[in-house]
Design a protein around this ligand. Structure first.
Ligand code: AMP
Ligand code: GLY
Length: 423
């Protein structure tokens, strides 16, 4: 079968590498992919938001199945457009993707259906929001309603910071129209867990849990980024917590979406915080996480393509979703200066013996040379029997890569390791 993957980052590279293991697939296209992905798929220069171009390409090339990975095309209705011309897809339709596309929608959904989350208020004008902040407890959390590359969240530790955040989001439009409305919510504490789950709208099959490292610098200092590294499984996510999440969060969310006439099919990402009052939802994403996917999929032992098809055909209950009882660690190599200003065009040399475990997020080919082209450039993953072993091996692989503008955290997985050792 001919499969097309929409997107072009490390997550898409991890999806493509896993799909390549499926015997049913004969060809994989990536739209647009990137210079590194071209080692594993045929890259086509069509942007992930160019829905018309994507549909045209799929028809002309007789694509049998499409995987729509990033949030933007999902929220824009890429799956609906492909389904309309008869191409089955992995990913939610536009009506269901709103669970990530609008924080106001997702917060109201959780309130209506009793799904545990931080308490919150919605504001449509800066004046009302600022008035509310005069007496709101501090710290507080300000979130732009719409998509903002994972950067639309401000944790304010003073009233002034909170007011500045409201002004920059709602008046200065730092995130464009995504900030027309905002959510101001209660500040929660506790370890964070990411759980990606396959669902066909009937059953939910969670993948192995993981932990992201969102801050740019060691010890969770510095600016928020798209994610500087991940480990799986997340040691804070015990079997007891997993059952509690299934009962109080995962199934209620799927049922809530069905009740709203917005059946969700694909990968639903639960960003959870394990608070002293139990697990609560911090955010939903309508897709695989990045860089969570780069540790979760390498541990998947079942056939990813069969699972994807089962979510589309609503036969997920019959499909095996099995993970290795091992640990994985992914270290992101970014460009110096990320998430602010950085330079592109540095050569990257990846030794052949580790190429299978390197996911390319931002690079382009110039002749045979791979050149950096983005803030996050590579994800380097290792699997081992223990978390300690996975971390050590991931860092030893990082050191084997030649890339002069490299910048990475040196403590990916250390918090999780401490949690396993403290037990
Ligand atoms: P989000 O983009 O919604 O995942 O938020 C980015 C990060 O902000 C999360 O990973 C959390 O670390 C933090 N965060 C979001 N909401 C809250 C909250 N209500 N309380 C504390 N931290 C939060
Ligand atoms: N790693 C967080 C995200 O994919 O949104």
């Amino acid at each position: 079968m001919k499969v097309m993957v929409v997107g072009g980052g490390g997550r898409e590279h991890a999806i493509i590498k896993k799909l390549k293991e499926s015997k049913k697939i004969t060809e994989i296209y990536a739209l647009p992919g990137n210079g590194g992905i071209s080692a594993d798929a045929i890259c086509v220069a069509i942007g992930a938001k160019d829905i018309e171009g994507i549909v045209k390409f799929a028809l002309e090339n007789k694509i049998d199945y499409a995987v729509v990975a990033p949030d933007d095309p999902l929220v824009l209705g890429c799956v609906d457009a492909l389904n309309e011309v008869g191409i089955p897809c992995f990913g939610p339709n536009k009506a269901a993707a709103i669970i990530e596309g609008s924080k106001v929608f997702s917060k109201n959904l959780m309130k209506k259906y009793g799904i545990p989350t931080a308490s919150y208020e919605v504001f449509t004008s800066p004046e009302k929001a600022i008035e509310f902040l005069e007496t709101a407890p501090i710290p507080t959390v300000i979130k732009a309603d719409g998509l903002a590359l994972g950067k639309g969240v401000v944790i304010a530790f003073t009233k002034e910071e909170a007011i500045d955040a409201v002004k920059s989001i709602m008046e200065d439009k730092k995130f464009g129209d995504s900030g027309n409305n905002i959510v101001i919510e209660e500040f929660l504490t506790g370890p964070e867990v990411s759980v990606l789950a396959f669902t066909d709208g009937k059953v939910v099959k969670p993948m192995v849990s993981s932990m992201d490292h969102k801050r740019a610098l060691d010890f969770d200092k510095g600016l928020n980024t798209g994610g500087m590294g991940t480990i799986a499984p997340n040691p804070y996510y015990t079997d007891g917590i997993a059952s509690e999440c299934m009962e109080k969060i995962f199934l209620p969310t799927i049922n809530a979406m069905n009740s709203e006439g917005r059946t969700f099919k694909g990968c639903l990402y639960f960003g959870l915080m394990l608070t002293p009052n139990g697990p609560k939802v911090i955010e939903y994403n309508c897709r695989f996480g990045d860089p969570e996917t780069q540790v979760v999929l390498p541990l998947l032992e079942s056939d990813l393509f069969e699972i994807m098809q089962a979510t589309t055909n609503e036969t997920l209950s019959e499909c095996e979703v099995k993970f290795a009882s091992k640990s994985a660690c992914c270290v992101i190599i970014a460009s110096k200066g990320y998430p602010e200003k950085y330079e592109n065009g540095f050569e990257i040399v990846i030794p052949n013996e580790i190429a299978d475990s390197v996911y390319v997020a931002g690079a382009k080919l110039s002749g045979d040379a791979l050149l950096s082209a983005g803030g996050r450039v590579l994800g380097v993953t290792a699997i081992a029997d223990t978390l300690k072993g996975a971390i050590e091996e991931a860092y030893s692989r990082v050191k084997m890569i030649k890339f002069d503008n490299a910048f990475y955290r040196s403590d990916i997985g250390q918090r999780a390791l401490k949690a396993t050792e403290d037990r």
